[in-house]
Write a protein that binds this ligand. Structure first.
Ligand SMILES: Cc1cc2nc3c(=O)[nH]c(=O)nc-3n(C[C@H](O)[C@H](O)[C@H](O)COP(=O)(O)O)c2cc1C
Length: 243
């Protein structure tokens, strides 16, 4: 892997934390673990799943129980993964003396975002995130909600100002994903690349792809239906038309 994608020594991440909270998108967590377990540059993954995430895991992936979650998500255990209870405030990642190199919260709920943005440190996920911020370590918050209210937006600003990266769980479509797993995998590849672990199978945009022919471009434009609200005034209507 490193032959194709050499990573500078200083950027190599050997020990990472994955926290899963109660936002929609359990599949992202599963794909993240799958990629991280296969990546030889990662030696250890500390995993924390919030109590509320368990509810979402049950809903979205039909998983039950709070033990052996990595095994349930991946289909097999991995010696790299150490799961901690959300209530275990004495776990390794709760201390700045423990050398976690990056923490990813995927997906990150608005509740956990709010707690981190305001420094609550009331459970292991919030405390470990707080530690990353105080130690200037990468903290990636893959927030998921729609629409955002002003409190969400303010909390994202606060967390960003404190050093976190707001990395919304928004999938790409230009890579033409065929399945939800494809979508989640591409997103996870972007997260891993962001922490200095580019993945060999990652989709890369090729700007010199053949452009669509004028005929196919016209066909796709003609199939788009634009609905104009009846209350629009004439100038607004015409501004929707190509010049
Ligand atoms: C099926 C389901 C989907 C949810 N999706 C979201 C979501 O996308 N974003 C969000 O902020 N909260 C979502 N929630 C609500 C959170 O789970 C809830 O706010 C919870 O308190 C978050 O707790 P945690 O941050 O400790 O995991 C969802 C809840 C359920 C049951």
């Amino acid at each position: 892997m490193s032959d194709n994608h050499p990573v500078p020594e200083s950027l190599q991440t050997r020990n990472i934390t994955l926290a899963v909270t109660g936002a929609s998108g359990s599949i992202y967590a599963a794909e993240f673990l799958r990629a991280a377990v296969q990546d030889d540059r990662i030696a250890k993954i500390n995993l924390v799943v919030s109590e509320n995430a368990l509810r979402v895991l049950a809903e979205e992936l039909h998983l039950s129980g709070r033990n052996d979650l990595a095994e349930k998500l991946l289909g097999a255990p991995s010696p790299k993964i150490k799961q901690h209870a959300e209530t275990d405030i004495g776990a390794n990642i709760a201390s700045g003396s423990y050398p976690t190199e990056a923490m990813i919260i995927l997906p990150c709920s608005m509740g956990t975002l709010a707690a981190i943005a305001n420094g609550l440190a009331a459970n292991l996920i919030q405390r470990a995130a707080d530690v990353c911020l105080k130690e200037n370590r990468p903290l990636i918050l893959c927030v998921r909600e729609t629409p955002f209210n002003r409190i969400h937006l303010r909390n994202m600003q606060l967390a960003s100002d404190a050093g976190a990266t707001i990395f919304p769980a928004i999938p790409t479509l230009y890579n033409h994903p065929q399945t939800t797993e494809d979508m989640a995998r591409n997103f996870v590849h972007r997260v891993l690349a962001h922490i200095g672990l580019p993945q060999p199978a990652a989709y890369q945009w090729q700007p010199d792809y053949p452009l669509p022919t004028p005929a196919s471009a016209l066909k796709s434009v003609s199939s788009v239906k634009i609905r104009v609200k009846p209350s629009f005034t004439e100038p607004e209507k015409s501004s929707l038309l190509p010049a």
